[in-house]
Design a protein around this ligand. Structure first.
Ligand code: FMN
Length: 291
């Protein structure tokens, strides 16, 4: 890909090329994700829909600079997130050259009745189990579950989520919970790397996103566990005295920049559970107040 970011002086008005050359690689990767997202992915589609046939000189240049420095520092070029970045950089390069990129990504289509039956089984069949057999979960299943978490929506595609799998009873005891974790398959602790949100300022402007990212990933994992014939349950984190995350961090030896956000327990349920039901939809919808 041609070098085209020669004119960029600053990123976020605070990072120069020199800063990027010495930035922690973890933070630089986060910045590359975020700049690709905000400087290409977000403005791209409105730009295409209102295409004026003119070159947009600075389109995506900040992301291009981050990528050039990423490569200059000899970092990986084949990982899926970097492939995603490269796809957008190629499109941005066309826009800077005044060429309209042609995209052939599919639009959503309704599922067939058979596919819908599977979706309904997944969404409406899932439930939270609280008693498990003392039986380990095969590693391939754990991987499938975590892959589902990896596919969940994530703010700015920041790439800051981290997963810890606690397999043994001794490890699982590091997590406080109101249900017994003595016998189960595993606990997955969903965390985020605080250095990544900090480098792009997310910790200041959208601090809630990290926890939401973990929640979205946790929900995907629970759905996949259900599809694999396993059970799962979200375990609340206590704040204040007896802070679950702080205690776990200390016991597990986590560095300060890794922040646990939530935990899910997984395993082979020992007993079926009555499916909890919700208030009717009409009671959940807030209509605009009449003046
Ligand atoms: C934010 C959150 C925290 C939760 N914390 C706990 C918990 O600490 N212990 C527990 O047994 N269940 C916990 N749950 C599971 C809920 O109790 C459960 O989702 C709810 O009762 C609805 O039941 P269902 O998941 O079977 O549909 C939590 C769920 C959420 C979304």
């Amino acid at each position: 890909m041609a070098t085209t970011a020669a004119t960029v002086q600053w990123i976020f008005g605070k990072y120069t090329r020199e800063d990027l050359m010495i930035m922690d690689p973890i933070a630089l990767r986060g910045l590359l994700h975020e700049r690709t997202h905000h400087m290409i992915e977000v403005p791209l589609y409105p730009t295409l829909l209102k295409w004026r046939g003119r070159a947009i000189k600075s389109f995506g240049e900040q992301a291009q600079l981050c990528y050039e420095i990423w490569c200059a520092r000899g970092f990986t070029d084949t990982a899926p997130d970097i492939q995603w970045v490269k796809k957008y950089l190629a499109i941005a390069e066309q826009i800077r050259a005044g060429e309209k990129p042609e995209l052939d990504e599919p639009l959503p289509t309704p599922f067939t009745p058979e596919e819908m039956a599977v979706v309904n089984k997944l969404i409406y069949g899932r439930r939270s189990y609280r008693d498990y057999l003392d039986k380990p979960i095969p590693e391939e299943m754990l991987e499938t579950i975590m892959e589902a978490g990896r596919a969940a929506p994530i703010g700015c595609n920041l790439g800051h989520l981290k997963f810890i799998v606690l397999r043994t009873s001794k490890e699982r005891k590091m997590i406080w919970s109101d249900i017994s974790t003595r016998s189960c398959g595993a606990i997955i602790v969903l965390c985020h790397d605080k250095r990544i949100a900090a480098v792009v300022g997310q910790d200041k402007v959208v601090p809630q996103n990290a926890g939401f990212d973990a929640a979205a990933a946790g929900d995907h994992m629970l759905l996949m566990a259900h599809a694999l014939g396993l059970g799962g349950c979200w375990l609340s984190e206590l704040h204040g005295e007896g802070d679950t995350a702080e205690i776990f961090k200390k016991k597990y030896g986590l560095p300060d920049y890794i922040e646990p956000d939530l935990h899910i327990i997984l395993g082979y349920p020992s007993i079926g559970i009555i499916k909890s039901l919700r208030t009717p939809l009409k009671d959940m919808i807030i209509e605009k107040p009449q003046k």
